[in-house]
Design a protein around this ligand. Structure first.
Ligand SMILES: *[C@@H]1O[C@H](CO)[C@@H](O)[C@H](O)[C@H]1NC(C)=O
Ligand SMILES: *[C@@H]1O[C@H](CO)[C@@H](O)[C@H](O)[C@H]1NC(C)=O
Ligand SMILES: *[C@@H]1O[C@H](CO)[C@@H](O)[C@H](O)[C@H]1NC(C)=O
Ligand SMILES: *[C@@H]1O[C@H](CO)[C@@H](O)[C@H](O)[C@H]1NC(C)=O
Ligand SMILES: *[C@@H]1O[C@H](CO)[C@@H](O)[C@H](O)[C@H]1NC(C)=O
Length: 433
């Protein structure tokens, strides 16, 4: 190719680029599609759920910051990405390193759980430990800050979020049944109370989203509050039967599905596209997709190992409403760039890549194995028994007055015991002797 052809090409490229840049709106408050929800704050940059990662998420332009709540031994709700402190803190090198136990209901293998230590013990003795999801490729996140930042209680998180430029906050709740039954703690009541105490329940400035994989948690919030409710489907699925969608309609406004449930992948090659996003949207749901990361090994080959190409594919190719990401900055930069919204005029590098395109040009010998069919979600997968009543379990947790909960976090279990005790006293007192 003669030199001037290259030149022509290059000039064309510059013109396209200039066209794009003139459309770029640098304002951070351009909250269009996709909605950007953090995952453990900007956990790609700083350790999960720390003041640093939340501040980074706000600075980077997330619409929602998220707090996965866990409970401590003294009944304080904290933001912690795992119920097992061994995964996300320095507990194994702390004075509490011997406190491990096995609780198969909530975790595979041994753990030192948030409810085994008090808040004081956690924040005085432990440091956060950065998550490194791609450690098998020796990819470490921000090593300088691998133990940086401070842990936050739910109350701290709510106070932090309140005056920030956010659409709202998201609280995710898991293990509610276990906590009620085995530890006598109602995490749903605890979250509702914290939202009330911090003024989120009666303010209109910011939205509150509650996310759970367990419908019984959302049903409880549906009955008692007006918060936005997100149902997370925690397995990769190819479809949802109509009755399951109707069921979810009863208690959720949004649905979060995995990336694979939109573009199934075999050995990092995209094999197709499901109709789930469209189907859920026509049933009236906003559809959020998890989990987006920047590490180049986390994207299928079809996306050229580029996190922006991946985001563009989900937004333009699949039309998702929101993305849940550990790097909100990447998503916000994508959203600010109006190249992606120019429709037909969009430069070719902003078109979605052809679905399954790589498979078609591959040597048949080199094709990845056919994907085992992913299941459909059925109503039976959605429906759960209601949350168990909070048992007055005489465990080490919240039982005796000494280890009990502070007054602002009353244990309903204990109240129930007191009530039964009181009524029997009254009954006995009124009985003729
Ligand atoms: C950028 O977005 C803001 C907020 O949406 C809007 O007020 C402003 O006019 C936009 N600027 C340009 C150049 O489009
Ligand atoms: C952690 O807490 C659970 C629930 O109270 C308890 O069963 C377990 O024994 C505790 N682990 C240790 C090592 O104390
Ligand atoms: C909101 O609730 C808080 C805590 O319950 C209360 O102090 C505050 O006065 C309420 N604000 C409004 C506007 O109702
Ligand atoms: C499921 O619902 C969609 C949209 O309402 C409808 O088109 C489709 O036929 C239904 N499928 C079944 C199996 O009932
Ligand atoms: C969901 O919560 C119910 C109690 O409401 C419990 O029985 C069930 O095991 C939970 N499901 C999962 C998958 O945790």
């Amino acid at each position: 190719m003669p030199f001037w052809n290259h030149l022509e090409c290059f000039t064309e490229f510059l013109i396209v680029l200039a066209g794009c840049y003139s459309h770029i709106n640098m304002s951070n408050s351009d909250h269009g599609k996709p909605l950007i929800i953090s995952h453990n704050g900007a956990s790609g940059v700083y350790p999960d759920c720390t003041d640093l990662s939340y501040q980074q998420a706000v600075t980077d332009g997330a619409d929602y910051i998220d707090c996965p709540v866990q409970v401590t031994k003294d009944g304080i709700l904290i933001c912690m990405s795992s119920i097992n402190l061994m995964e996300v803190t320095t507990v194994t090198t702390s004075p509490f390193s011997s406190l491990s136990s096995v609780i198969p209901e909530i975790h595979d293998g041994p753990g030192i759980f948030t409810f085994n230590l008090t808040w004081e013990e956690i924040h005085k003795n432990l440091k956060p430990a950065a998550s490194n999801p791609e450690i098998q490729y020796s990819i470490y996140r921000n090593p300088l800050y691998k133990n940086g930042g401070n842990f936050m209680r739910l109350g701290d998180f709510l106070a932090f979020g309140k005056d920030k430029d956010l659409t709202g906050i998201l609280i995710s709740i898991e293990n509610a049944a276990f906590l009620a039954e085995k530890l006598g703690y109602s995490v749903t009541d605890g979250v509702m109370r914290a939202l009330q105490d911090s003024g989120y329940s009666n303010q209109t400035g910011q939205e509150v989203m509650i996310l759970s994989k367990n419908s019984s948690v959302l049903i409880k919030f549906r009955q008692q509050t007006k918060y936005e409710l997100v149902y997370m489907v925690d397995e990769s699925i190819s479809d949802m039967v109509n009755s399951s969608i109707m069921d979810i309609k009863q208690f959720a406004h949004m649905i979060a599905i995995s990336k694979q449930s939109v573009y199934p992948v075999s050995q990092q090659f995209i094999t197709g596209q499901t109709k789930l996003v469209q189907k859920l949207q026509s049933a009236g749901f906003a559809v959020y997709v998890y989990l987006f990361r920047n590490e180049f090994v986390s994207q299928p080959w079809d996306f050229l190992s580029d996190p922006t190409v991946e985001i563009n594919m989900y937004v333009q190719g699949a039309g998702v409403d929101g993305i849940i990401t550990e790097y909100p900055g990447t998503a916000a930069a994508y959203r600010r760039n109006t190249c992606s919204k120019l429709g037909d005029q969009a430069p070719s590098y902003m078109s979605p890549v052809p679905v399954g395109g790589l498979l078609q040009i591959m040597d048949p010998q080199a094709l990845p194995p056919t994907l085992a069919p992913m299941p459909s979600l059925h109503a039976a997968d959605v429906v759960e028994p209601p949350l168990p009543a909070v048992s007055p379990k005489p465990s080490s947790f919240g039982a005796g007055e000494e280890s009990g909960l502070p007054p602002s976090q009353p244990s309903y279990g204990r109240h129930l015991v007191a009530l039964i005790f009181l009524s029997s006293v009254m009954l006995c007192g009124s009985l003729p002797v």
